[in-house]
Ligand binder design. Structure first.
Ligand code: GDP
Length: 526
């Protein structure tokens, strides 16, 4: 059946890492193998080209960080691969967490010099919560890094996941000679080269074969034999099921910038990585091979192309076949919509598509009907679970700097909030607007985009706030009383929901004690 065939073909995964570990470089090399781009450097230079089109990417360039998640699809062998790239910087972690709800597995890049870094730990927590299968790529072996055993121990310890090396490095830094692949029992010799594409291994079934001496010299041959015996002795045999259940992470060593170890990674990946998996909704579990289409929005991005003011909603197809131009049911609004302009994401471009299958990410141009977490179905009521919402931690008041442009400012703020970049709180009193974010850099992004995309100038003034608390109560009278007594601290979020802005922890505690009939929630979804 077509549907089963298409599902079996697809591999949708995210690449995660701490900034600078080599995620972008690895992505680019993977695309090269897929023939999706022609030369190394294309992803980066594309970023720069993009930047010419979209000014806010200036921030990415200046800071050398990637702000938004991008989606890239390509074919490799008989598989259709969808890579979801994620920003590594912690200030943009919300975007990354949401993206992880749309993938079926993850490749984690670790810098062999730095080992497991903070952001990797956090991201791994999210993977563990969802039992997402993880493959580790230990990168930059051409540099003097840490001892491989030490690195593996650190991964097990800090990331609370068992590891199983599937390749083993021979030397490191200046004396890096290559890797021995324990999975396909081949030796891969390292030649620093940024262009070389073919990586062919030398089959060495028996590690005691003297060909090893011939290829890497007596000393390294002896060392490698020892290592392999140790590795095979210490780590249980690799079982794909342990990887698929998220309990064991296979580990590869390589150097992305030198295109070394990347093809091996990709070949193993398409062998073992899971095809699109089932997804939980509040109502039931949705299987990918169900005939009826369903999917959910995990990201909104406005103004991807400033020449055309538009928003694009990223949808993960979870079941059935998506067809362009067909009517689909918008679960939250309980209305039917027709999307005649769905696009697929390719390495460098977006192209209109007529159909999409489970595991695919489609982009839908939207004028404001879609929000993060929204589900589309063929009529069924399904609310997809696990799309996280966040409790803002930093609050700043928006001060309009250009009275002539207050409309633009409002509109810009509204749209950026819909994207999930930050959250806005409109105070009942005095028309004050406060923006809450998880990371400080978000304010820079917002300010920059307001200026460039909406022509609005604003300033952000820090204010003292401990938490935004969404409030509700079964007792309408008590709620009214509460609002009346706390009038100065009451705001509405972008959806008009009631929020109590608590200035300190102690005060919040006191208010909670004084109003036992009021429920306080720390995220907008409750
Ligand atoms: P990201 O922030 O994780 O996307 O990291 P990038 O891919 O932008 O890489 C960060 C830096 O590390 C860049 O200067 C890369 O050229 C460099 N880099 C990536 N892979 C390797 C590698 O295998 N060896 C060395 N020496 N440098 C690398």
């Amino acid at each position: 059946m077509e549907l089963t065939k298409q599902i079996e073909k697809r591999r949708t995964f995210g690449i995660i890492s701490h900034p600078d570990a080599g995620k972008t470089t690895l992505t680019e090399k993977l695309l090269l193998f897929g023939g999706a781009i022609q030369s190394a450097g294309a992803v980066k230079s594309n970023k720069i080209k993009d930047h010419a089109r979209s000014d806010w990417m200036e921030i990415e360039k200046q800071r050398g960080i990637s702000v938004a998640t991008s989606v890239m699809g390509f074919n490799y062998k008989d598989k259709k691969i969808n890579i979801l790239d994620t920003p590594g910087h912690q200030d943009f972690a919300e975007d990354t967490y949401r993206t992880l709800t749309a993938v079926d597995s993850v490749i984690m890049v670790i810098d062999c010099v730095k080992g497991v870094e903070k952001q990797t730990e956090k991201l791994m927590e999210v993977c563990r919560m969802r039992n997402t299968p993880v493959i580790c790529f230990i990168n930059k072996l051409d540099r003097e890094g840490r001892d491989p055993y030490e690195l593996l121990d650190e991964i097990e310890e800090k990331l609370s996941i068992k590891v199983r090396p599937l390749s083993w490095p021979i030397g490191m830094g200046k004396s890096f000679k290559g890797v021995y692949n324990l999975f396909d029992k081949s030796l891969y010799l390292f030649e620093p080269s940024k262009k070389k594409l073919e990586e062919t291994g030398i089959a060495i079934e028996n590690i005691h074969d003297s060909i090893l001496e011939e290829k890497i010299g007596d000393l390294d041959a002896a060392g490698l034999r020892e290592d392999i015996e140790l590795v095979e002795g210490v780590y249980p045999e690799f079982a794909v099921d342990d990887y698929l259940s998220g309990n064991v992470a296979p580990v590869f060593f390589g150097s992305a910038v030198n295109n070394f170890g990347v093809k091996e990674l990709l070949d193993t990946f398409i062998n073992i990585a899971p095809p699109p998996k089932s997804r939980e909704t509040e109502q039931r579990i949705v299987q990918p091979d169900e005939n009826k289409f369903s999917g959910f929005v995990f990201k909104i991005h406005a103004n991807m192309d400033p020449r055309h003011r538009n928003r694009i909603a990223f949808i993960r197809v979870c079941s059935g076949k998506f067809e362009r131009g067909k009517n689909y049911h918008h679960v939250r609004l309980e209305k039917n919509f027709r999307f005649s302009n769905a696009t697929a994401f390719l390495a460098q471009d977006r192209e209109t598509i007529d159909e999409a299958w489970p595991g695919d990410i489609i982009g839908i141009y939207d004028t404001g009907n879609l929000k993060i977490g929204d589900a589309l179905t063929e009529g069924e009521k399904a609310n997809y679970k696990g799309i996280p919402s966040f409790s803002p931690e930093i609050f700043k008041e928006v001060i309009n700097q250009d009275a002539m442009k207050s409309k633009q400012l409002s509109k810009g703020l509204d749209q950026l909030m819909e994207e999930g970049v930050a959250q806005i709180f409109n105070y009942e009193m005095g028309n004050r607007k406060v923006v809450g974010t998880v990371g400080a850099l978000q304010f820079e992004v917002i300010q920059h985009r307001l200026k460039n995309e909406y022509g609005a100038t604003c300033r952000f003034v820090p204010i003292n706030l401990f938490k935004a608390c969404w409030v509700s109560s079964n007792d309408k009278k008590k709620l009214d009383e509460f609002i009346k007594s706390k009038y100065r601290h009451i705001a509405h979020d972008k959806d008009g929901k009631l929020v109590f802005m608590a200035e300190t922890k102690a005060w919040l505690q006191m208010v909670q004690d004084n109003f036992p009939e009021i429920n306080f929630h720390f995220t907008s979804e409750y």
